[in-house]
Design a binder for this molecule. Structure first.
Ligand code: SF4
Ligand code: SF4
Length: 253
């Protein structure tokens, strides 16, 4: 069923899953306004944020999304980018199937699965900036990018790690443990809530998981038909047939 719903700019959003994607787009718009306001206040009080165009050391992290967010990214991709996203999803799945624990899963994702295929390696910019998911919108660093890069912590000596902890503890805006800006992560919580509510209301189920796996499945009409019918077993079977099912990278329920 094709439905329409008000989009972020007030224009009706069209498409078979508009009732699910429109609340998320509105959440993105609201988040951009609120985060901008928070950042202006933070910088006026002497705070510094190191994120900016061309900075991408964080683009090799695993990313968890809702299917509502993945639909937005999926709808923006060219066939070539969709193929690159699927290849990345398969690499993430291979890692998930063999990693002995979460720590090793994250380490291997960052160092072996590697950077998101939507990253433009020449400019360091996100090539799908307008349709990037929530996690890519709400990650801000109060320290320079080298502290976000994979392997930096492990390469530090004990004294450098202690100095890092002291510096984080006295930096306003962090949670006192890591150098990312905590209030800007909390501000995005309504986007997650909006996605969950919209999926539950429209499909009677929620779908969460790995960004690249869900973005690939979001482009699969058979998978989306089962989701839209509220058939989580059928959706799982479609994903399984495509080799894209994994309990931690695809959560249906
Ligand atoms: S989180 Fe770190 S790596 Fe990512 S844009 Fe900000 S400073 Fe750069
Ligand atoms: S979607 Fe864009 S911002 Fe997010 S990880 Fe990929 S390249 Fe980076």
């Amino acid at each position: 069923m094709t439905s329409s719903a008000p989009s972020a700019q007030g224009r009706p959003e069209r498409g078979p899953h508009a009732a699910v994607t429109a609340p998320v787009r509105r959440g993105y718009e609201r988040y951009a306004r609120q985060a901008g306001q928070w950042l202006r206040g933070y910088e006026a009080r002497g705070g510094r944020v190191y994120c900016g165009a061309g900075c991408f050391a964080c683009c090799d992290m695993p990313i968890r999304v809702s299917l509502a967010e993945a639909l937005i990214t999926a709808g923006a991709l060219s066939p070539a980018k969709a193929r690159a996203v699927e290849a990345h999803a398969r690499a993430a799945l291979a890692n998930a199937r063999t990693a002995p624990d979460d720590e090793e899963y994250v380490r291997r994702h960052r160092q072996e699965v590697g950077f998101c295929p939507l990253l433009d390696r020449e400019t360091g910019a996100c090539s799908e900036y307008d349709s990037r998911p929530t996690r890519c919108r709400d990650t801000f660093s109060a320290f320079p990018a080298r502290f976000c890069a994979s392997g930096t912590w492990e390469a530090m000596g004990r004294r450098e790690q202690d100095a890092y902890r002291r510096e984080v503890a006295r930096t306003p805006g962090t949670d006192g443990e890591v150098h990312f800006i905590a209030p800007l992560e909390h501000l995005s919580e309504p986007v997650w809530v909006a996605a969950a509510r919209a999926m539950r209301a429209e499909w009677g189920l929620e779908v969460w998981g790995d960004f690249w796996v869900l973005t690939t499945l979001a482009r699969d009409p058979a998978f989306m038909a089962r989701v839209a019918a509220g058939d989580h077993r059928g959706a799982w079977t479609v994903a399984q047939r495509r080799g894209l099912a994994h309990r931690e990278l695809l959560e249906l329920g």
